[in-house]
Design a binder for this molecule. Structure first.
Ligand SMILES: [Zn+2]
Length: 206
């Protein structure tokens, strides 16, 4: 943000696929706020249990203490009046109410920094992040590196058989893919293959 006068709040959003460094960028901004002696509070969804209970940890191991919430509205009840900067990681798991929560906090004069996935495993907009982008003052879109060809990667490729919107995991379950290497129907195909295989097995058993 360029020039901010008085105690005006705002919303900045960091989006991109998995492995693009969103959590790292969020932690970097929050650390700088802490160095500037600002009062910071950080939230993440209960669903993201990987690595650590009460901290945000990036894939590269950076970490910062955080509070767990299940819905966007929970953040409003937990933010102290004197908090100046509010960080939210993995916001796509906090439901529709996370948008209203961010708007309320910004209206109260707080700087709100949100990180999240903007597209799902099929490359579709991941609600409510697109709505959050619409009301944000500043948007940073990060790209990962395609694990197939090394080009800039905009997509999160799911490698396992599941059509659920939310399957939390890292490492072997997902990889970053560029536009050319992305296979939006891969997870769906794997589900079909598994169904066919188990049907064949039960047929053979009969
Ligand atoms: Zn590629």
């Amino acid at each position: 943000m360029d020039i901010v006068k008085g105690n005006m709040g705002w919303i900045e959003v960091v989006v991109g696929p998995m492995f693009s460094g969103k959590s790292e960028e969020l932690i970097r901004r929050l650390r700088r706020a802490e160095i500037a002696k600002q009062r910071v509070q950080i939230f993440k969804p209960v669903i993201d249990q990987r690595y650590k209970k009460n901290g945000i940890v990036s894939h590269s191991g950076l970490e910062i203490d955080s509070e767990m919430v299940t819905q966007g509205e929970d953040i409003l009840t937990k933010v102290a009046a004197r908090t100046e900067v509010v960080g939210i990681d993995e916001a796509q798991f906090l439901g529709e109410t996370v948008v209203e929560a961010c708007v309320k906090l910004a209206d109260l004069g707080k700087r709100v920094i949100v990180a999240g996935l903007d597209t799902d495993f099929m490359g579709r907009p991941f609600e409510p992040i697109p709505r959050l982008l619409a009301v944000a003052e500043e948007i940073t879109k990060l790209l990962a590196i395609c694990m197939r060809c090394g080009n800039p990667a905009v997509h999160t490729q799911r490698l396992v058989a599941s059509e659920e919107l939310v399957v939390v995991g890292a490492g072997e379950m997902y990889e970053a893919r560029c536009r050319r290497c992305f296979e939006p129907f891969l997870a769906q195909q794997k589900v079909e293959e598994e169904k066919a295989a188990s049907a064949a097995r039960s047929h053979a058993a009969r």
